[in-house]
Design a protein around this ligand. Structure first.
Ligand SMILES: [Zn+2]
Ligand SMILES: [Zn+2]
Length: 357
């Protein structure tokens, strides 16, 4: 099969590799779509320290092409999406349904070969069924770019109808947070991002207002004034300054949910203010299999508008050139069948699972 293989910093090579063979409990997925995410850019830039020979790709959708021994409940040809990590299925977190906190996760598209290939081997416990009516490209990004903000807004943020929401960082995750907050009945949604392009997209996907933090000395104070104090803010950047202004924009009793990943150490407000206002700061990491299944259903039923989520569809051979470009707010999805000599024909044009309307 063909695969995109990491060959050291800045070097991703399209090459022939051996077809994967399913181990016990595993299936082979014929890849129909693989999301190209910021993580993949960092990986190919050499920032994640993965070994030569790594096949990236942790946002994958396709059809089951073969079943390993002991796989129950799945049939060849079933459309599926793959969870973004290979989880153990046996630790306390996995048994409790919190796969995002698995004690022994193996990085899909890092320590294990990922979806930037014609085929990929995946344990059956890491699959979620994808209805035929949902475009695999949407399914692929649902596993991360949509399910991660869904987990943050529902399980961790406990967003209620009528609340005022601030979304900090209007990239792939933040933009989906805007759409989800709208679906969940937020009264007012304000998206903050220094990029004019990101702010424009945020307005297009349903933000009521946008905010440019780069034009304020004290963005938290300015944002608080603009929204009149947010009940809940979601931070998708992972930096100290954005966490700090996310806290500062809250109303009394407000919650800040930090989703962005980073190594900074943000400061809390003075304790007297923090306790006097009964502020909450919570971390939210990834999503669970149940979150992904719910997101897929919301998309399939047309509840969630993801019509602007996929900006571009490319073949495997287009990816090395694309990695040199900055990633825009919407997403690029790889479809191996787009390549000359791809493994399957047929057009999926127009099959967006009823999500356009
Ligand atoms: Zn991702
Ligand atoms: Zn586990």
């Amino acid at each position: 099969m063909r695969a995109l293989v990491y060959r050291g910093p800045g070097n991703l090579e399209l090459t022939e590799v051996a077809d994967p063979i399913p181990g016990p409990g595993e299936v082979i997925v014929e890849v129909a779509a693989a999301g190209l995410c910021g993580t993949d850019r960092h990986l190919v830039a050499g920032e994640l320290g993965v070994p030569d020979g790594t096949i990236p790709g942790h946002e994958t959708a396709g059809r089951i092409a073969a079943l390993g021994d002991g796989v129950d409940g799945w049939t060849e040809g079933d459309p599926v999406v793959c969870y973004g990590q290979v989880v153990c299925g046996a630790c306390a977190a996995c048994l409790g349904g919190h796969q995002n906190r698995c004690a022994r996760p193996v990085g899909f598209g890092m320590a294990r070969p990922g979806g930037f290939a014609d085929y990929v081997a995946v344990p059956a416990r890491c699959l979620v069924a994808l209805p035929d009516s949902v475009d695999p490209a949407i399914g692929a990004i649902a596993t991360d770019a949509i399910a991660t903000p869904f987990h943050a807004l529902t399980t961790v943020g406990r967003l209620r109808a009528g609340e005022t929401v601030v979304v900090i960082g209007a990239g792939g995750l933040g933009l989906h947070a805007v759409g989800l907050a709208r679906m969940m009945g937020a009264a007012r949604i304000v998206a903050a991002d220094p990029s004019a392009e990101a702010r424009d997209v945020a307005l297009a996907v349903g933000a009521d207002d946008v905010f440019d933090p780069s034009t304020h000395d004290q963005p938290g104070r300015a944002l608080r004034k603009l929204v009149g104090g947010a009940q809940v803010a979601f931070e998708f950047v992972g930096r100290a300054d954005t966490v700090e202004y996310g806290l500062e924009c809250l109303a009394s009793g407000g919650r800040l949910v930090v989703v962005g990943v980073g190594h900074d150490r943000p400061q809390l407000p003075p304790i007297i203010r923090f306790i006097g206002m009964e502020l909450t700061v919570a971390g939210s990491f990834g999503s669970t299999l149940a979150d992904i299944a719910t997101v897929v259903e919301l998309i399939d039923r047309g509840r969630l508008d993801v019509s602007q989520s996929v900006s571009r569809r490319v073949g495997l051979e287009d990816v090395p050139g694309l990695l040199a470009e900055p990633g825009g707010p919407a997403r690029t999805v790889i479809d191996p069948a787009e390549s000359p000599g791809g493994h399957s024909g047929g057009s999926r044009e127009g099959s967006r699972g009823g999500t356009d309307g």
